[in-house]
Ligand binder design. Structure first.
Ligand code: ADP
Ligand code: ZN
Length: 744
């Protein structure tokens, strides 16, 4: 007999061991049901575990093979395509297959089942039911009432029947015993939108440029041409309308569409447009769906009932089988890369799926990632752009304030006189203000207050971080150290200061200057409580506060018509993060902030305070000029050999104790170096991470840099597996981050 042994992966993660499957015998009665991707329950030691069938063999690998206990789902939850995608991710990002499967099927390790309800139908002809009803009308009025209801409705859920008729279960039972009605079980869908109606959103007449670009996308859809299209359009240029009409084309062709957004709770507008245009063909896959809802949405996609899914990163795994387009909005957002294992990038997974289905992948952004833009400009992908807002609306003015001049003028507060004056004006008009600070204000760096000079590492170009305990400046990539200079290397002046700033300090500053203003603060500390993020937004929206102080997270949700002033308190904290992408992040952040203001007739203004007004990221954001930002950035990337000119793998070591961390990281580097002999590769570090302690664990890292990706990939995987074979290494956790997106 063939293939009666199944390879099953079970949920038993073990670091460094990689993936192991176990053999189980398939009982005869299950043979026809089990395919690759089927969930099964299997005995494991004394326990029973949930597992996935990932393959078959005709003979067992071990002598005594146990049998599969049962099949969990009526049909395999995973398609072959998704299972192969999981394998590809597991391999590329060096994560156990089980972990990838868990990311694909969130919550699915719990055995969610289809929901069924009992329904009641008449078992006899209407006429017969009628005559019987008349017969029992007096004697059993409740039963008569039930028949009455059933004569009007062909079929009704038991619960509803009881409610409508006012009868009890025993009456139903009595009728069932007389064979007058049938009880049945029937599947119902748990539907997240059930009660909500959406207003229609009618299609807009595209302007000529939008039409032209839509034509290009439609051509790819119709001809089933795979490949990436980068849609670079300034904020407010009408990208969403292009997405919507492209999807219409996809539906016309009988195919399906997947739309990824950075975070669903921050894009209610987009969801509304989609529901308004496509109604119940759309589902939203967000993290707050209940397990049951998620399961049912999954099944409805699987069964072809739903044609369009919108969701964050994990929605890239929606189980469509006939995709005609994949759209990734705000392509540059870091949330598309998962920051825990499996550290997959949804953009890469989307491209893989696009190739499989031979359909285009559209990346949309006002500030494309450097990698995406480079790839398009080199001709690997297709670049299309919208350089103007719809209806020739203007882009909002951005004013840059040089803090050096403020200082030399004697102003030592956090607020330049320009920002202060504008704040005063806005408050007196009873409008609102948002003050903005970079989230990671933890790194203190050094800046010359006369010329704006910032000390950077000569090897890595990232900003050096000041460590007060040793009074040293350190590079968090290569461990280069430097004493604090007495004079500024830029201008020879003696006015070098350290900068680092938190939202609390800004709050205090505001309260000192504007004691009567009502101030809200939103940052990690203020929003750890679930839901409070939305609460703060609501309070602000209702106009119960005048000033909102916050970090990155407020940039995305910015849609407050009464906000007419946005102040960026200190752009330098973003600019000088010890990360080679800090220039890119700063440009994106400022552009995003600017793009969200001044949307109402009240107008709006952005004021950016900085010691580095001449920095290319700030200048380009001020002029809404992506190309000039890109030119500067790409030449730096080239000079220091960062992506897209190189591939990176980051290795993070963490431990509850700091004791052996540097030593073990050094040993690991030694292992890497031995295997990398003869290969062109560079290793930066090891050294402490910029975020040197997270949730009680100390952190170090090192970074492999090479164009020979296959080699550094193989070598780091092998070293990782080897490392865990030594018993003494267990308390150290090593994570590999392939193509890392943050280096903090
Ligand atoms: P983006 O996503 O590019 O920032 P949006 O898609 O949010 O821009 O569009 C900005 C606004 O312009 C929206 O209110 C949208 O309804 C409107 N809009 C889009 N296309 C057109 C058009 N052709 N004519 C008029 N308004 C449009
Ligand atoms: Zn360095």
């Amino acid at each position: 007999m063939m293939n009666q042994y199944a390879r099953v992966v079970v949920d038993l993660p073990a670091p460094g061991i990689g993936d192991r499957y176990f053999h189980y015998k398939i009982p005869k009665e299950f043979l026809s049901q089990i395919q690759e991707g089927t969930r099964v329950m299997v005995p494991f030691g004394s326990r029973k575990l949930l597992g996935f069938v990932v393959g078959f063999d005709s003979s067992p690998e071990v002598d005594r093979v146990k049998e599969i206990n049962r099949v969990v789902d009526p049909f395999p939850l995973l398609t072959k395509e998704l299972l192969d995608l999981a394998r590809w991710i597991s391999d590329l990002y060096i994560s156990p297959l089980v972990e990838v499967l868990k990311a694909i099927l969130p919550n699915f390790y719990a055995t969610t089942k289809p929901k069924e309800v009992t329904v009641i139908k008449l078992a006899v002809q209407q006429k017969e039911a009628l005559s019987y009803r008349d017969k029992i009308k007096r004697r059993a009025p409740k039963q008569a009432q039930i028949l009455e209801v059933l004569m009007q409705q062909k079929k009704i859920p038991l619960q509803d029947l009881l409610q409508v008729s006012g009868a009890g279960r025993q009456s139903v039972k009595a009728l069932q015993e007389k064979k007058l009605l049938i009880m049945d079980r029937e599947r119902v869908m748990r539907e997240p939108f059930q009660q909500k109606l959406f207003g229609l959103s009618s299609r807009l007449q595209l302007n000529p440029k939008q039409s032209e670009l839509l034509g290009i996308i439609k051509h790819k859809i119709d001809k089933k041409l795979p490949g990436t299209i980068l849609l670079h359009g300034v904020t407010g240029s009408g990208k969403t309308e292009i997405y919507l009409q492209a999807i219409e084309e996809v539906l016309k062709n009988g195919r399906e569409a997947l739309v990824l957004v950075p975070e669903i709770s921050l894009t209610p507008q987009m969801v509304k447009w989609f529901r308004g245009r496509f109604g119940s063909l759309v589902t939203v896959l967000h993290s707050r769906l209940s397990q049951g809802e998620r399961y049912d949405q999954w099944c409805r996609i699987r069964e072809g009932e739903i044609k369009i899914a919108i969701g964050p990163r994990s929605a890239v795994f929606a189980p469509f089988t006939n995709l005609g387009i994949i759209i990734i909005d705000e392509e540059h957002e870091t949330t598309y890369k998962q920051e825990e294992s499996p550290r997959y990038d949804a953009r890469e997974a989307a491209k893989k799926r696009g190739d499989f289905y031979s359909c285009p992948v559209v990346l949309g952004s006002a500030t494309p990632s450097v990698e995406a833009y480079y790839s398009a400009r080199e001709g690997k992908d297709l670049l299309i752009s919208l350089k103007e807002r719809v209806e020739h609306r203007p882009l909002p003015p951005v004013e840059v304030v040089d803090l050096k001049e403020e200082l030399s003028g004697g102003n030592r507060t956090l607020f330049s006189s320009i920002l202060y004056n504008h704040m005063e004006k806005v408050l007196s008009r009873k409008q609102q203000i948002i003050l903005f600070l970079n989230r990671r204000g933890f790194a203190t760096f050094m800046v010359c207050r006369e010329c704006g000079f910032v000390l950077r590492c000569s090897n890595c170009s990232i900003t050096l971080t000041y460590h007060a305990s040793q009074d040293l400046l350190k590079c968090h990539y290569c461990h280069h150290e430097k004493r604090v200079p007495e004079q500024c290397p830029g201008c020879g002046g003696s006015c070098i200061r350290f900068l680092g700033l938190g939202t609390q300090r800004v709050e205090k500053g505001v309260k000192d200057l504007f004691p009567r203003a009502r101030v809200l603060r939103m940052d990690m500390d203020a929003t750890t409580r679930k839901g409070s993020h939305q609460d703060i937004f609501k309070v602000f929206q209702r106009g119960e506060a005048d000033i909102l102080i916050g970090t990155q997270m407020i940039a995305k949700g910015l849609d407050f018509p009464r906000v007419t002033l946005v102040g960026v308190i200190l752009a330098d904290t973003a600019l000088n993060l010890p990360d080679f992408r800090s220039g890119e992040r700063t440009f994106q952040l400022l552009t995003q902030v600017a793009g969200r203001t001044g949307r109402s007739s009240l107008g709006g203004k952005v004021i950016v305070q900085t010691f580095n007004p001449d920095h290319y990221s700030i200048m380009a954001a001020k002029h809404h000029d992506y190309e000039s930002f890109f030119e500067e950035e790409i030449s730096l990337r080239k000079e220091f050999q960062y992506p897209p000119f190189n591939r990176l793998i980051r290795v993070v070591f963490s431990s509850l104790s700091e004791k052996f961390l540097s030593q073990k990281a050094g040993e690991f580097k030694g292992m890497l170096e031995r295997s990398l002999r003869g290969i062109q590769a560079e290793i930066l570090g090891p050294c402490p991470c910029p975020l040197s302690k997270v949730r009680g664990r100390y952190r170090w890292h090192l970074v492999l840099k090479s164009l020979e990706f296959a080699e550094i990939h193989r070598v780091s995987r092998e070293a990782w597996q080897e490392f865990y074979k030594t018993a003494g290494n267990r308390e150290i956790r090593i994570t590999l981050d392939v193509n890392p997106i943050t280096m903090l």
